[in-house]
Design a protein around this ligand. Structure first.
Ligand code: NAD
Length: 492
């Protein structure tokens, strides 16, 4: 039973089955039934019913639930890591050391943050009134998540929403719904009223569209591709909903001539291969000073050759498969087309032998690319790093910004002024200096440009999930207020 509605598992009313596959073997992990519009309606009703109680819970009551849920998730860490690894094809080491502990920490963070919804201090800003700020939950949030980090994306959506007193219906990607269900159950077990967190496991065009368009859903929060994000925004417009979009990326990785080259090479390998490159902030466009370009390419190619591609349950495996056959075809197609106009230095194929059972793809390094080619401009979302040389700092910044996306970027230099300029001038929601990828619960994540708007994680996310209300109390007690004369003056 794969719908989680009103605090319990239910079968979907559609009865339509869908096999969740392990992309490392193409074996079925579990067959789920897909949510139809009726299931979405039931989940929205459950969330609606829970809103009255949850929105009035005190900060400490909400914090207690979240803190307990963090402990429960931590107790089940290994079980969750195994399931995440299987449904998403993640090497178990990544699931154990990144996905699950990151989610436990995020849950604990929002447990603490639930007690601190900041705003301006109350005060007599007009002189004649006391002004105060209330931060109020919005209502039922409808959230849609992608398949690359199913557990973490569920957490990023659910936690700020419920910490601020909203209730939520989450639709995970249809190919990776399983850990979102375990995640949701932890909140009920931790004492959240039934209906605070609901999960519908269905497809985008059916369950997703219905959730986004639902008149009783007050806000849509979406993480996924830019193309679907635009469609979601259009659907949400019909009911005038607030929208929060976390979309695609094409992160630049800028290596200046004074960089620590060993650090940059290692950073590029980790930054481009994390989660088999299926990471919206992954390093995808290495922009490297011409004087160190060849050494950088040799260094990355050398490390790419040493990366261990293998079975996902093996803790020694570095690189797992892509998330599906369809996605493997997409990545392979982009690299094949690139052979016609660029140089594929290493990789560029699916490994054979035992690994052919899954959607594996080798770490791939591409150079000599035209700047209008798709491998430079479009999201590949695979283990593919493209390297382009530059000659001066102006060109480096220009190339970094030569993209419709603006999610993340990094600058590699020992020169503090160069680092400062890159941090200021690269248009992205995050700029790392001498590193690439680390995220932290206390700090926001979100895009510029076509990477979307709004923030996940951190206290900044409360700006998405609350209404800010100004309350103004007259403190003069006067019937004839001084400011009335601007509007009317009485004779005499
Ligand atoms: P996707 O856009 O194909 O799907 C995302 C979700 O949208 C899925 O749950 C899908 O079922 C749903 N969906 C599809 N059509 C829909 C519709 N018409 N209405 C409502 N929902 C619909 O993305 P994906 O392939 O699952 O994930 C990869 C993408 O996500 C990449 O572009 C990546 O950059 C992006 N991403 C962004 C962030 C970020 O924080 N900015 C994080 C992770 C992933």
């Amino acid at each position: 039973m794969h719908q989680y509605i009103g605090g319990e598992r239910r079968a979907a009313s559609s009865g339509e089955g869908f096999d969740v596959l392990d992309p490392s073997t193409d074996e079925t992990v579990e067959t789920v039934t897909l949510a139809g519009p009726d299931d979405v309606d039931a989940a929205v009703s459950a969330a609606h019913a829970a809103f009255a109680e949850w929105s009035r819970a005190t900060p400490v009551e909400r914090a207690t639930v979240l803190t307990k849920a963090a402990a429960l998730l931590d107790e089940r860490a290994e079980e969750i890591a195994q399931l995440e690894s299987r449904q998403a094809g993640k090497p178990i080491r990544l699931a154990r050391e990144f996905d699950v502990p990151g989610t436990v920490d995020n849950t604990a963070f929002f447990g603490a943050a639930a007690r601190r919804l900041d705003g301006m201090a109350s005060g007599e800003y007009s002189g004649d009134h006391t002004s105060s700020i209330r931060r109020e939950p919005i209502g039922v949030v409808g959230s849609i998540a992608p398949w690359n980090y199913p557990l973490q994306m569920a957490a990023w959506k659910v936690l700020p929403a419920i910490a601020a007193g909203n209730t939520i219906v989450l639709k995970p990607a249809e190919i990776t719904p399983l850990t979102s269900l375990l995640f949701a159950e932890a909140f009920t077990e931790a004492g959240a009223p039934a209906g605070v967190v609901n999960v519908v496991t269905g497809t985008g065009p059916v369950a997703g569209e219905h959730l986004v368009g639902h008149p009783d859903v007050a806000m849509t929060s979406f993480t996924g591709s830019t193309a679907v994000g635009r469609r979601v925004m259009a659907t949400a417009a019909a009911t005038g909903k607030r929208v929060h979009l976390e979309l695609g990326g094409k992160a630049p990785f800028v290596v200046f001539d004074d960089a620590d080259l060993e650090a940059a090479v290692h950073g590029a390998v980790a930054g481009s291969l994390i989660n088999t490159g299926q990471d919206c902030t992954a390093a995808t466009r290495a922009i490297v000073h011409r004087s160190v370009h060849d050494a950088f390419v040799r260094g990355v190619a050398d490390l790419f050759a040493q990366v261990r591609i293998g079975a996902t349950p093996d803790p020694a495996t570095d690189l797992g498969p892509l998330s599906s056959r369809a996605h493997q075809d997409k990545v392979a197609g982009m690299v094949e087309r690139a052979r016609g106009y660029a140089k594929v230095v290493t990789g560029g194929r699916a490994p054979g032998g035992d690994l052919a059972r899954g959607s594996y793809y080798e770490p791939t390094l591409v150079t000599d690319v035209p700047l209008d080619s798709e491998i430079w401009t479009d999201e590949v979302f695979g283990p593919v790093l493209v390297v382009v040389p530059f000659d001066d700092d102006d060109e480096a910044i220009r190339l970094a910004n030569d993209t419709e996306f603006g999610l993340a970027a990094s600058a590699w230099t020992r020169d503090t002024y160069r680092a400062g300029r890159a941090s200021r001038e690269i248009a992205a929601g995050c700029v790392w200096v001498n590193d690439h990828i680390p995220i932290i619960s206390e700090m926001p994540h979100g895009g510029y440009k076509h990477s979307g708007f709004g923030k996940d994680m951190s206290a900044y996310s409360f700006d998405e999930y609350t209404n800010v209300k100004h309350v103004m109390h007259d403190i003069t007690g006067e019937a004839r207020k001084a400011w009335h004369r601007t509007i009317f003056t009485l004779p005499g």
